[in-house]
Design a protein around this ligand. Structure first.
Ligand code: NDP
Length: 306
């Protein structure tokens, strides 16, 4: 019997493992298919404290994994298909067929950026197409950038990118922006931002050197035209990775796991949530790591009181 099964291998999951193992609690972490989570899709992480010159995202999560393993967290590469049981203890079912008995579960499965799903996009991810301006803007100094989306994040990303890019163009599928008035005003006050509204992206073009442009279709006339660009930032929302829960836990209006304020406690005692899967707002590596520590401490308290 495990004290805790941790699901997810980003900063939240590894931090939970470090805390639980260090406290002498038997735990196993199930990585998911994209081991390391979203940090592995970026390059240099410059805003995680403790690394004056920044650290490669892959290296950062590798260090976290080794730190958790050094204290005794067991690791299994795989995917959790189901958590069985209405109350503690639970049975966690892996895609390998293995079943793990555990007193507690920490869900740290993160969220995934939505992409457009258009021709040429998938092969250009990480080579011109990004879903995170704060991660990758630095690499587009004096380059031409397109931001797709009309929400608050698209406005924020466009404003942020003006610090780096020579030209920023926002492409949005409707005439009207979804973003709040204040964010729209802020973005519109930047003369460097160009606006292409009522247009649907249809194809990403790239060559050996990276992205070269985006084809967009004018929704009023149907005309397709080419916009030259070195980078495309897709800002059309994220989705939390909760499908495997099958409705077991209460979710908030946006589909994120609902936790009791200031804790990692979900609607089922003994199941805790940490990181982006329960945070639609901050979604930073450092906030995810912090919430992993909170989940581990809540788990320790739960087991000790049981
Ligand atoms: P939103 O859901 O607010 O916006 C997503 C945008 O992407 C919409 O404009 C939508 O278009 C567009 N979109 C969705 N799917 C597609 C597609 N397939 N092709 C083209 N465009 C598409 O998500 P955000 O990530 O911007 O924001 C998430 C939440 O975080 C929001 O609640 C936001 O308010 C909040 N937030 C608040 C901030 C602040 O207040 N400062 C800062 C950052 C985030 P359409 O409008 O046509 O549906």
């Amino acid at each position: 019997m495990y004290d805790a099964i941790i699901i997810g291998s980003g900063p939240a999951g590894y931090t939970a493992g470090i805390y639980l193992s260090r406290a002498g609690f038997k735990n196993r972490l199930i990585t998911g298919y994209s081991e390391g989570g979203q940090l592995t899709t970026t390059t240099l992480v410059e805003n995680y404290p403790g690394f004056e010159k920044g650290i490669d995202g892959n290296e950062l999560v590798k260090n976290m994994r080794q730190q958790a393993a050094s204290f005794g967290t067991e690791m299994t590469f795989g995917f959790v298909e189901k958590i069985e049981g209405e109350s503690s203890p639970f049975t966690v079912h892996l895609d390998s067929g293995e079943m793990l008995e555990t007193k507690a579960v920490i869900i740290a499965t993160g969220s995934s950026a939505n992409y457009l799903g258009i021709e040429g996009e998938a092969e250009a991810i990480g080579k011109g197409v990004s879903a995170c301006a704060t991660c990758d803007a630095f690499f587009y100094k004096e380059r031409e950038i397109i931001v797709v989306g009309g929400g608050d994040v698209a406005m924020e990303e466009a404003i942020y990118l003006t610090r780096f890019a020579s030209k920023v163009t926002v492409v949005h599928r409707r005439d009207e922006l979804r973003a709040s008035d204040i964010m729209v005003q802020r973005a519109k006050s930047h003369q460097e931002i160009n606006w292409v509204l009522n247009a649907t992206p249809v194809k990403v073009h790239s060559d050996m050197m990276g992205m070269t442009g985006l084809d967009i279709r004018d929704n009023a006339t149907g005309e397709v035209r080419h916009l030259k660009a070195d980078g495309l930032f897709v800002a059309i929302g994220h989705h939390p990775n909760t499908e495997f829960l099958g409705g077991k836990l209460e979710l908030d209006a946006k589909g994120y796991i609902q936790t009791q304020p200031g804790t990692s406690k979900t609607s089922v005692p003994g199941i805790f949530a940490a990181g982006d899967v329960q945070d639609s707002k901050y979604q930073q590596a450092v906030t995810a790591a912090a919430s992993g520590a909170v989940a581990a401490l809540d788990t320790l308290e739960f087991i000790e009181n049981k």
